[in-house]
Design a binder for this molecule. Structure first.
Ligand SMILES: Cc1cc2nc3c(=O)[nH]c(=O)nc-3n(C[C@H](O)[C@H](O)[C@H](O)COP(=O)(O)OP(=O)(O)OC[C@H]3O[C@@H](n4cnc5c(N)ncnc54)[C@H](O)[C@@H]3O)c2cc1C
Length: 412
């Protein structure tokens, strides 16, 4: 039987961030076990990987800020001379439409929290992002008819927001971890969890091997409940894999100038460019699009729905009026793991000694990952380092109360 100090189940962005944050401050013997053939087979591979700080709770703002700080300084954070991932600092523009008070209020709040933001009016938008229409009206989703656009918007811009290619970031963490002695095994599935007197004993793998360790971290993303069941762990939290749709459109020449990552709150969409600005990626920010629970995370419909395409492209055309109606459109689906109680994750020890969790990241997990790794690594080793967060793990602890929120969508 092989022994480790810490075993992490899942080589998504969360499991790898935990492993990296542990090994960069300790000599612990660490293994990461991943059932897939490589990184990115779970939520991480499908992620839009938008990195923005605006959340309704200050602690979340800090966690996002700390995670984004690691991505912005990726070579220094990972210790790699030539990491694959780069931070695309496109900025994140929030367009609240007819609510002209919101942007100023959020700007004031973010200033207090030390986040770089600006308020942009119609003229600013026209000068800086000429492809964007800053109309304050909501598109008509019932008839689909165009309206006469109305000026007067006040928008909120996060200057240091951006996105990262999620698979490149995960590959970088694999390289950094391996260089520092972490064992990372692909095609290796945890099939059983042995518990004795509510204490973790060992795990069994698909290759019949048995591993023993004092500490196991469940970072299995949408599969996390399978490990709870294997360990006989009952939690008060309901974490569900939920099908999430994302669309792609080629970006035509007609769309000139810089297009920031845009959160169109009235249109119910976010969009950003990718592939050096040549493509547009579009997703939803509506809670109603985060409700399709998937029974088996290994088997769900990965094609997008026609109805979803019609509504989201209608909203996109309103914001980008020069986007022709004709053009190549594709899409895919990935999985959020949604914590039904408050759409925020649970992190830390459970009532089985040695069985820890980092699960339920909804649409937040990519940006938060370096900070989540930091929380756990500080709790396990007691040591702090550069790039650490100061938000305590108890904020997301398994024994916390659900957080009270206005909305349970990805924008929470
Ligand atoms: C469409 C989409 C868009 C998103 N957009 C954003 C965004 O813009 N910004 C943002 O911050 N977040 C975003 N997210 C959320 C973010 O991507 C996730 O929260 C994050 O990737 C979760 O990472 P994870 O490591 O927990 O899970 P995963 O990436 O799913 O990793 C879990 C891994 O565990 C492995 N595994 C499971 N069970 C076992 C087992 N028994 N044994 C061994 N291995 C196992 C799986 O194969 C998987 O690779 C988005 C997610 C999706 C789906």
């Amino acid at each position: 039987m092989k022994n480790y100090d810490v075993v992490i189940v899942g080589a998504g962005i969360i499991g790898l961030s935990i492993a990296w944050q542990l090994v960069r401050r300790s000599k612990l013997k660490i293994a990461v076990l991943e059932k897939g053939a490589g990184v990115g087979e779970g939520s991480t591979g499908a992620s839009s990987a938008v990195c923005r700080c605006r959340y309704s709770l200050d602690e979340l703002v800090y966690l996002a800020r700390d995670g984004i700080n690691a991505y912005r300084n990726w070579a220094a954070f990972t210790g790699l001379d030539e990491p694959r991932a780069t931070f695309n600092n496109d900025g994140v523009l929030w367009m609240p439409g007819s609510d002209t008070q919101w942007a100023e209020a959020e700007h004031q709040r973010m200033q207090m929290l030390g986040i770089a933001t600006e308020v942009l009016d119609d003229l600013d938008i026209k000068q800086r992002f000429p492809a964007l229409n800053s109309c304050v009206l909501q598109p008509d989703f019932v008839t689909g008819e165009a309206h006469e656009c109305q000026a007067g918007s006040k928008n909120f811009f996060e200057t240091e927001g951006g996105y990262v290619d999620p698979v490149s970031a995960a590959q970088d963490l694999v390289e950094a971890c391996r260089k520092n002695g972490v064992d990372i095994h692909f095609k290796t599935q945890v099939t059983r969890v042995e518990v004795n007197n509510i204490k973790l004993k060992s795990i069994k793998l698909n290759n019949s091997e048995t591993l023993s360790m004092p500490l196991l971290v469940n970072a299995a993303g949408p599969w996390c409940k399978q490990l709870y069941q294997a360990a006989g762990l009952k939690l008060d939290w309901d974490l569900s894999p939920v099908r999430i749709q994302v669309l792609h459109r080629d970006r035509p020449q007609a769309l000139q100038g810089h297009i920031p990552i845009t959160v169109d709150m009235q249109g119910g969409i976010y969009f950003r460019t990718q592939n050096r600005g040549q493509q547009l990626l579009v997703g939803s920010v509506l809670e109603e699009d985060e409700r399709e629970i998937v029974a088996d995370p290994d088997n769900f419909r990965t094609e997008t729905d026609q109805e979803f395409e019609l509504l989201k492209f209608h909203a996109l055309h309103h914001r980008l009026p020069q986007l022709p109606y004709r053009g190549t459109a594709t899409g895919y689906c990935g999985l959020y793991t949604v914590n039904r109680a408050d759409v925020h994750p649970i992190v830390g020890p459970t009532n089985i000694t040695g069985f820890w969790v980092a699960n339920g990241f909804s649409g937040h997990g990519f940006k938060l990952a370096p900070a989540i790794g930091s929380m756990l690594a500080q709790a396990i080793t007691g040591d702090t380092l550069e790039f650490d967060t100061r938000v305590p793990m108890s904020f997301l602890g398994v024994d916390r109360e659900p957080i009270k929120l206005e909305s349970k969508s990805v924008l929470a």
